[in-house]
Unconditional design. Structure first.
Lengths: 278, 278
């Protein structure tokens, strides 16, 4: 199924704009999982199974798996999501960016090896660095635009001269993606919840394009402001990511085996806090 | 040893500015390696052993390994280079870029798991996305600046307003890295051989900073122009990368087991063509 079709169905059928980010840090796992060979898979699987009815998508962050040589557990995790929760699309958060011949390899990694439904990519190297992902017509390609971190302003907030006039670099990225790169309708953009004014600007520039919004929770972004700025006319259009605030809700005090239940409670509260502003 | 110390020693002792890029594509391997489980490792190992006395560094491109689930072969390859050719630094070409907490994981992947001496990274997310790599004082951090691909101009060649005045985006990246991010002296920049005028500009802006220059060989960049634009006063300062033109020199017609010898011949010719312009 096309990523956008699956995402739209998930927004409606699950009544949720919440994306649970899977950033597994073994140092923060509950005690009973510590030291297990399959701890990363088991931790993420428990979170997935406890929250799947509350989300519009899952977003595993590949760095957390790659740092520990746990690509096999990432494969198993995505396979589990597809088998057990087939309606929920999976975004591989990888932020890849390279010349075309190398991007072809990264596209194989994301879509054929890991079987992700969408990938995050970096626009700095331009159009031909994105084409190999766009060549998969059913997959989502979500480009960094205005990121949630402090350094996001170092480049993205500069004023640039473009063929369409003077604007911020992130606005140029948003317009270029919306007007030039989205011929197949499979593009999205990353815009941080820490910058609601820019979410509103990106929404103005891109119509109903799906926006992946990190930065609520641990990073401090505001849910009401994010929704006011970014929701589409029908109250969708956003994948609002929360990772650490949900994953580790129950293991702050090493509380143990009910970590997935604690994560579910925070996910439920977050979904409802979002829906209160749709 | 510090990456920059190792690189400088390799420039001098090997009398070479050549970087051999390791982009292993199994479809192009000679017949006797086809179908072997360890084909990627064996192919790259043969290339490494045949060219190590001709290079200043090796640059494995992680996408080619990740597309086939061959991270174990990448680990084994870098271990082999360190063991057999300890004077030659290894740059992991990964072009990572993410918020700080995720970048910490990517730094662990590159420097602790794969034991690379340097990594390529993407500047689009700004300073705090680079800090976790800079925190390893002995490692090299090589930032994308002016890339060799056609789409490199889409963002990098835009005119931007900066606190230092009006300039191209790639010039802003070069100045920011040279003046603000390089306090530990471990930064480098990627500037494509397809744009010699911009190599010259980056050289002007960055003093003796090492430049990783892809784009000769298969991409058509000119060696004489690259050297004229980018060499430092003592004839160093460049890591001139060639990947496909060297790797597959002997397997165009499936010539077989002498592929490493054919690769050596092209590497030797390329090193000498470069040295003719130092």
């Amino acid at each position: 199924m096309h990523f956008m079709t699956a995402l739209t169905a998930a927004w409606q059928q699950r009544n949720s704009l919440l994306c649970v980010g899977l950033d597994p840090d073994p140092a923060r796992f509950p005690a009973h999982l510590q030291g297990r060979q399959d701890a990363i898979f088991e931790f993420c699987k428990a979170i997935v199974d406890a929250t799947a009815d509350l989300v519009c998508c899952f977003k595993p962050q590949i760095a957390y798996f790659a740092a520990r040589g746990a690509e096999d557990q990432l494969e198993a995790l995505i396979e589990h999501i597809h088998a057990k929760h087939p309606a929920i699309p999976v975004i591989l958060d990888a932020k890849r960016g390279d010349i075309g011949s190398t991007a072809e390899q990264y596209a194989i990694e994301a879509f054929e090896r890991f079987k992700a439904d969408a990938i995050t990519v970096n626009p700095y190297m331009g159009r031909d660095s994105i084409d190999p992902y766009l060549a998969y017509p059913d997959k989502g390609v979500i480009l960094l635009c205005r990121t949630s971190n402090p350094g996001g302003s170092d480049l993205q907030f500069l004023e640039v001269e473009t063929p369409r006039g003077r604007m911020k670099l992130y606005e140029h990225v948003a317009r270029t993606v919306a007007e030039d790169w989205n011929a197949s309708g499979n593009c999205g953009l990353v815009v941080g919840a820490t910058f609601p004014a820019e979410i509103a600007r990106v929404r103005d520039l891109t119509g109903d394009m799906p926006l992946l919004v990190p930065g609520i929770g641990a990073q401090g972004g505001d849910i009401a402001a994010t929704l006011a700025a970014g929701r589409t006319a029908n109250g969708n259009g956003l994948m609002i990511n929360s990772s650490r605030a949900i994953l580790y809700a129950g293991v702050k005090a090493n509380e143990g085996e009910d970590f997935a239940e604690a994560a579910r409670k925070v996910a439920l509260d977050t979904r409802d806090a979002i829906n209160a502003h749709r």
